[in-house]
Design a protein around this ligand. Structure first.
Ligand code: CP
Length: 306
């Protein structure tokens, strides 16, 4: 049984395979040439225990673009609210025999736990600050479309790296594919635990945007994950923006053709200025959202397309 639980456990060949399929579906969506019944009669169950706009909706649309049916399970109207345990919930839903499960959960490792109990492929839609593999794949597709290759690309992960599953998955993917990854963040938002989910080896760390941005091809801004940290650590938002916000002025420090990415949801005016987020010369934020569909079509096809 093949699952997609994290980028850390994928080989470079497997990542390349996912990216080639994602590129195929991105091109196919432009010219209408994909098999619209590829997943006919398949049922995709989405279990989102945490909120989502992009991931949940794009898995739903991707499934339907391939002819699958989706069942969107909502925790708020489930028997979890009658104290049914997580394990009993998973066992119950598994008995209904979905063809694939997409899960997002605030517990680190919840998707692996589910994968060990059910009889279908499981896709991690984001677990705690561990991994968000489909986000890293769609980010990589976006970088390749814009920069042709990941090999040798100079990528800055900026902001709350310490609590970001997006940063972890991207760091694993980019390092495996030969990019040069660096972190720019206040000291307390830089990961330090060698046993943590972030791959520390070979990653340069900066505590100043001015020092870290020169030579950068890709700036990936990250949201402050207030829900995952001691709130007393967070400076006021104006101070944070003054020190670490991405502004037009700071953009000029990076390479002239730098691209700006953000997985969303964005905190405008905290980690990124409005005129940077909406700058058509540099911002790839809308493209990232659009690339969520072909990337998730590719993942579903590769896991249950036969
Ligand atoms: N990037 C991302 O995971 O967004 P959502 O939380 O809206 O799914």
């Amino acid at each position: 049984m093949k699952h997609l639980l994290g980028i850390n456990e994928l080989s470079t060949d497997e990542i390349e395979d996912y990216l080639e399929h994602a590129k195929f579906y991105a091109d196919s969506l432009e010219n209408g040439s994909w098999d619209k019944n590829k997943l006919h009669n398949k049922i995709i169950l989405t279990l989102f225990f945490e909120n989502s706009t992009r991931t949940l909706t794009s898995f739903d649309i991707a499934s339907k673009r391939l002819g699958a049916n989706t069942v969107v399970w909502h925790p708020k109207i489930s028997s979890v609210h009658k104290d049914e345990s997580f394990t009993d919930t998973i066992d119950t839903l598994s008995e209904m025999k979905p063809d694939a499960i997409v899960i997002r959960h605030s517990e680190y490792g919840a998707p692996s736990f589910v994968a060990n109990r059910v009889n279908c492929p499981v896709i991690n839609g984001g677990d705690s600050w561990h991994e968000h593999p489909t986000q890293a794949l769609l980010d990589a597709l976006t970088m390749i479309q814009e920069k042709k290759t990941l090999e040798g690309l100079n990528v800055a992960l900026c902001g709350d790296v310490a609590h970001s599953r997006v940063a972890n998955s991207n760091a694993h993917l980019l390092k495996k594919m030969g990019a040069q990854v660096k972190v720019i963040a206040p000291e307390f938002l830089i990961p330090h635990d060698p046993k943590g989910a972030f791959p520390l080896d070979g990653i340069e760390k900066f505590t100043s945007m001015e020092e870290g941005l020169p030579g950068t091809d890709v700036i990936m801004m990250l949201r402050i994950q207030k829900e995952r940290m001691d709130k007393s650590l967070i400076p006021d938002t104006q101070t944070y923006f003054k020190d670490f916000g991405l502004t037009q002025e700071r953009l000029k420090i990076a390479k002239k053709d730098v691209i700006v990415m953000h997985p969303g949801p964005m905190n405008r005016g905290i980690e990124i200025a409005d005129d940077v987020a909406d700058d058509p010369r540099h911002s790839m934020i809308s493209r990232q959202v659009a690339n969520g569909i072909p990337t998730r079509m590719a993942v579903l096809d590769m896991l249950i397309g036969g």
